[in-house]
Design a protein around this ligand. Structure first.
Ligand code: ZN
Length: 471
């Protein structure tokens, strides 16, 4: 039995780990590589395995960098089962159909620009591939043990990252030797709005752990709330707008939840609030239908309202026309729109209207991969290119790290610290610096952490590297 590291090894996106046990081959996640000029090419490369010979995929959650290449896997021959939980199953259609739509539009755009003799740019997958993928999904109950094959059993545990996020515990037995591996998935912050905390594990022989923010501490929640209040106050005084690029699933719901909670304190009655994303509107419905995964406070709210918490001045923009109508509003529009990393979506036309206005504010609330427009904003470049136009960045950009769906270094260490016996950790889903900073911290705790490269194999019986190299 062995693990081979393939995706999200030495980087954040494209999660995919290969687990071989008892003659079966399982994948944990099959995500899209996002950001960087090379992502399009890399997503199209052959997998280092035959998809037809993969028995099952264990899916940790519905973010695209974890599930986005599932339809490609199916297109290339995968016919096994995709195991996940019910909330993730319900979010998956939204995200995968949206990705197929974006891919089709990108292909059309390229076809318009291409010379006649150039080969046609095919989308990575289409809606048919997505529908065939969705038919393979099977939802498991959280915390219940399930044994799909002899020698393999698993449990899905809450990861507190987005609704339907999970860490997956897999027990593998081969030749009388049993090893327990915990795949962290993406781990949320403790005490984050709406969600339960990440599950507290007690033992494992091996842990694959995300390390997105392994080198930093988020602001404390109280400070984050204060910070958002100040941004709103400043924009109010300057008569500007606030733009929040947000992932449709997770961040959008958390922001709405906070706006409801602090409505009076933040003087939001003076504002018009827009959720400008059909997918975020749909995702909100799924969120609200899965109150069984909420923390106590959110559950109480859910019981009071029996629907989404009401914001009296919230407008849900489903159509492009409704989205365009926001363009005429020059002051006190609070606009939540996708995409989360600003590499597409309706947020771009709001940027065209507002980025050159010093009275406007951009609130970055999530991780921005290198190469994305969102990352350029975080890095406060002087000009950006959007839809062929060069814009001078005059709006103020705020990175509100405390709202991140990912735990910080302290959260990650707290999660690891619950394992007795300090199991070996493979740090994945992190750029080099955060991963190595976390490695250092874990070593200081008395554990042992490695940062595997793509192609590294780990023999589970002996816990030794069998190929590839560690860093
Ligand atoms: Zn995620």
């Amino acid at each position: 039995m062995e693990i081979e590291f393939f995706g999200a090894a030495g980087e954040v996106t494209g999660s995919c780990h290969i687990l071989r046990v008892g003659g079966r081959t399982l994948l944990v996640d099959c995500g899209l590589i996002q950001g960087g000029h090379d992502a399009t090419r890399r997503n199209r490369l052959d997998f280092p395995f035959d998809p037809a010979h993969i028995d099952a995929v264990l899916l940790t959650h519905a973010h695209i960098d974890h599930c986005g290449r599932l339809p490609l896997l199916v297109k290339r021959g995968f016919r096994g089962t995709i195991y996940t939980n019910a909330a993730c199953r319900d979010l998956l259609p939204l995200l995968l159909r949206d990705t197929a739509d974006l891919a089709a539009r990108e292909a059309e755009r390229r076809a318009r620009r291409a010379d006649e003799d150039e080969p046609r740019f095919e989308p990575l997958f289409d809606l048919d591939d997505v529908e065939r993928t969705l038919k393979l999904v099977r939802a498991l109950r959280y915390d219940a043990e399930y044994a799909p094959y002899p020698g393999v059993s698993m449990r899905v545990r809450d990861a507190g990252h987005i609704l339907g996020s999970s860490s997956i515990e897999v027990s593998c037995t081969e030749h009388g030797v049993t090893k327990r591996i915990v795949f962290s998935g993406d781990l949320g912050q403790y005490d984050s709005p709406i969600l339960l905390d990440p599950y507290r594990f007690e033992s494992a022989d091996l842990v694959l752990m995300e390390s997105t923010y392994g080198d930093r501490l988020h602001r404390r929640r109280e400070d984050t709330i204060k910070e958002i209040g100040e941004i709103i106050r400043e924009a109010d005084q300057e008569n500007g707008n606030i733009l929040v690029p947000a992932f449709a699933v997770g961040r959008s719901q958390e922001i709405l939840y906070l706006l409801g909670q602090y409505f009076d304190e933040w003087g939001l009655d003076r504002w018009k609030i827009f959720l400008d994303s059909p997918m975020a509107i749909e995702a909100s419905k799924v969120y609200w239908a899965h109150a069984e995964r909420f923390d106590e406070e959110a559950r109480r709210l859910r019981e009071t309202f029996e629907s989404m918490p009401e914001l009296p001045n919230l407008r849900l923009c489903k159509t492009p026309q409704q989205s365009r109508e926001i363009n005429s509003i020059r002051t006190r529009a609070f606009i939540i729109a996708g995409s989360g990393m600003c590499n597409g979506g309706r947020i771009l036309h709001h940027f065209l209207q507002n980025l050159e206005r010093p009275e406007c504010h951009v609130m970055i609330t999530g991780f921005q991969a290198p190469g994305t427009l969102g990352r350029q904003l975080v890095d406060r470049v002087s000009t950006v290119r959007i839809h062929g136009q060069t814009l001078h960045l005059r709006a103020k950009v705020h990175t509100v790290g405390g709202l991140s769906a990912h735990g910080d270094q302290a959260d990650l260490l707290r999660w690891y610290d619950s394992f007795s016996g300090r199991p070996l950790v493979c740090l994945v889903h992190g750029e080099s610096e955060p991963a190595h900073a976390l490695q250092h911290k874990i070593d200081k705790l008395g554990g042992k952490a490695i940062v595997p490269k793509p192609g590294t194999r780990l023999d589970l019986a002996t816990m030794t590297m069998t190929s590839g190299s560690k860093t």
